[in-house]
Design a protein around this ligand. Structure first.
Ligand code: NAD
Ligand code: LMR
Length: 325
């Protein structure tokens, strides 16, 4: 039996947390032979509902779950933990952009960055989901000076999966047939979904769909999908968001397939001319618990322009939170 790994989920009684915790417990993230100890965190005022999540967790009798700790105390929640999924934060409502959440949410991530720095295992890996996710991940990393900044990532996988889903539908193929999708930049309407290197069933995507469809339909639809879900559901995406957290962390832990890459928002090392230190979505491959930004991909002039637009927005968000960095 493998040694259990400790996994902390914040906001575990919220919409995404509720969908996510049970998938981690079931083995969908770390594999069917990897035991886990779950630390489910909430705010003091939400410990009541979290108690209900704890009961349901027990009632599932998951074979891989060695312990479930329910807490509002970061010292307990982050102690010696190996994976931290920072979901707990306010979601936007109709009419807001994700960056409108900065003033309310940013401070959560400076506090949690400091607590992770102090209490987590030295091999800890962190994924930020709470919006605006890229900038929040940068804040958390900046407040954890004893940990490598590369260990702090943010979710771009929902956008990546949305683009795959849309392309599969358009080409009448399965999502599993789509390879090498890229979403560059910020998790915001400036993100740049890019079909240049994408294939569907081995055929270049741009031989199957027109550039006009990509530019006029696919790109804006992916960019605005979060808002469309809020409009329709009256609440932000939850099951698809939890599914994308599962995909992001599973691939980081277990590795990406040989012939594919995934989009992950990671610490920019200056690749593709993007300002070092921003948390920016790049195509990455993962192996043995590490990721590497795919290098040397050709980018069209249109792509270069769009990548700069989304970089500029991240630079502006960085200005707004300068006091937390
Ligand atoms: P929700 O309101 O249903 O749940 C959030 C939970 O977090 C609540 O239970 C709240 O009590 C808890 N919480 C708040 N601050 C906390 C803290 N400091 N510590 C621990 N728990 C805390 O919201 P949701 O729908 O689950 O969304 C959570 C966040 O994820 C939002 O910011 C949303 O915008 C974001 N989100 C991001 C993506 C993405 O692709 N990056 C996708 C979907 C949603
Ligand atoms: C999403 O993309 O669905 C989430 O970021 C929620 C939102 O505010 O759009």
């Amino acid at each position: 039996m493998k040694k259990p790994i400790k996994v902390t989920i914040t906001g575990a009684a919220g919409n995404i947390g509720y969908a996510l915790a049970f998938r981690v417990a079931a083995g969908d993230v770390f594999g069917p032979d990897q035991p886990v100890i779950l630390r489910l965190m909430e705010l003091p005022m939400t410990m009541g509902p979290l108690g209900g999540v704890g009961m349901e967790m027990e009632d599932c009798a998951f074979p891989l779950v060695h312990d479930v700790v329910l807490t509002d105390d970061p010292k307990i929640g982050f102690r010696d933990t190996n994976y931290v999924l920072l979901v707990g934060a306010k979601p936007r409502t109709k009419g807001m952009e994700r960056k409108d959440l900065i003033t309310e949410n940013a401070r959560i991530f400076s506090t949690q960055g400091r607590a992770i720095n102090e209490h987590a295992a030295r091999d800890v890996r962190v994924m930020v989901v709470g919006n605006p996710a890229n900038t929040n991940a940068m804040i958390a990393a900046a407040n954890a000076p004893d940990l490598p900044k590369e260990r702090f990532t943010a979710m771009a996988r929902l956008d990546h999966n949305r683009a795959i889903g849309m392309l599969a539908k358009k080409t009448n193929r399965l999502a599993a047939d789509v390879r090498r999708m890229i979403v560059w930049g910020n998790h915001s309407p400036t993100m740049h979904p890019d079909l240049t290197h994408c294939t569907v069933g081995g055929t270049p995507a741009l031989d199957l769909v027109s550039l006009d469809w990509a530019i006029d339909h696919m790109i804006p639809t992916v960019q605005r999908r979060g808002a469309a879900v809020i409009e329709a559901r009256g609440a932000s995406s939850a099951a698809s968001a939890a599914g994308s957290v599962v995909d992001h962390v599973r691939d980081w832990f277990l590795g990406t397939p040989e012939d594919d890459w995934v989009s992950m928002s990671v610490h920019s090392d200056g690749s593709y001319g993007i300002t070092e230190g921003l948390v920016y979505s790049f195509p990455v491959t993962c192996k043995n618990g590490d990721y590497h930004i795919v290098q040397g991909l050709e980018v069209t002039d249109f792509g270069k322009t769009r990548m700069k637009v989304t970089e500029k927005e991240l630079l502006e968000e960085r200005e707004v939170v300068a006091d937390l960095l």
